[in-house]
Ligand binder design. Sequence first.
Ligand SMILES: Cc1ncc(COP(=O)(O)O)c(C=O)c1O
Length: 460
Amino acid sequence: MSLTNAPDPEIRAAVVRQDLKNVLHPIVQHKLLETKQMVVTSAHGSTIYDADGTAYLDAMAGLWCVNIGYGRGELADVAADQMQQLAYFPHTQMNVPAAALAEKINTLMGGGYHTYFVNSGSEANEAGFKIARQYQKHESPGAYRYKTVSRYYAYHGTTLATLDAGGMGDRKGKFEPYSGDFLHVAAPTCYRCPFGLSYPSCNLACVKNMESAVVGEGPDTIAEIIVEPIMSGVGVAVPPDEYLPEVEKICRKYGILLHVDEVINGFGRTGKMFAHQHYGVSPDIIAIAKGISSAYLPIAATVVKNSVFESFYGEPSENRQVFQVNTYGGHPVSCAVALRNIEIMEAEKLADRAAETGAYLLDGLKTLLRHDIVGDVRGKGLLIGVELITDRASKAPATPATITAVVDHCREQGVIVGRSGGGSRHGNTIIFSPPLVITRAECDRLVETLDRALIALPTA
Ligand SMILES: Cc1ncc(COP(=O)(O)O)c(C=O)c1O
């Protein structure tokens, strides 16, 4: 069975039957798919097309990942050429595109880094945990530094260890218990400060909370601290500018590695190539994925500072090498596609464009603060959250039913928006993370559509 771009209700219906009978989908309840589903068959720029002919403006770039936009035929040519030349060989040896991509990543990071290739953001973080632990075994013989410090409401991936590192109870609950090697501290969710304080008079209580957890646990038990510079899944939490530098100071003071999760933040999303570059820090471990190839092929990486790399360098008899492998890491076709994707980003200055268009979209969305239901509008670059509440004084979160109504209304109007995770406390934010090529006219449409969706809500 095949589908062309032309709408064909019969073929669409056949695909739906075939899918419902055979596919197990992630996250979504199958019962819902029986009555309402999309069969996405083609896409261009920031727009995707259902097999029934409906066009949707995709304000989520898929899952926050199609940074250069859909339909770049050039990447298909690169993949085809590389497949003809060399489709695969294990990355225990070298290949041309992986070496070139690692050099490009090193340059983008400002130099001084080596790259270990994996296949997904979860694996990139997981490899980071293991590299941090192995590094500490090499560098602190006799000590037992194995713990990772993370933040509540963080999301770092879907494997058991990355879920454990994450701090979203509603995502983790079904798989408990966990190892206990990951401990959590307060997140810089300033609109809902966990300490009930306001910036700047808070004096960064969240950083103090982090340091007291480190000291209380015993710094010599801690391998690394993981942070997503701008937390995405919780509803886009942009921390105060001093936050990340202060976290870095804790790391340096106690011999802890700084592990930054750039899986969503990276590759132009926040208006710079990497979000940590807004804050002048120098992470030891950086997880990258999604925008690295704009999701044209699966690829991700764990990038380590040379001081970490050197800890893995020595005589074979010392057994210091990176003690992990994955079949597809450094896949030549994925690497070739990722490299061209990054070259497109550079040629079209997409990080700068994200900064400009993001500021324009943020201004537009801020006009919606005129609705009582809009509590906060925040973001950096093209990573933006619009938090919905029931009343301004208590900031009580809008209900899940309200958020669903807003998301559904937008979809009925041909616009796909996202919603935050984070359960009853943080699950009430509408998310915008569109392709970085989105136009100002398309941004206007996003604002107008959300405006109409808010107006359409039943008044209490
Ligand atoms: C911040 C962050 N880290 C890691 C991941 C995991 O990436 P993947 O789904 O590619 O495993 C995600 C996924 O959305 C993410 O948002």
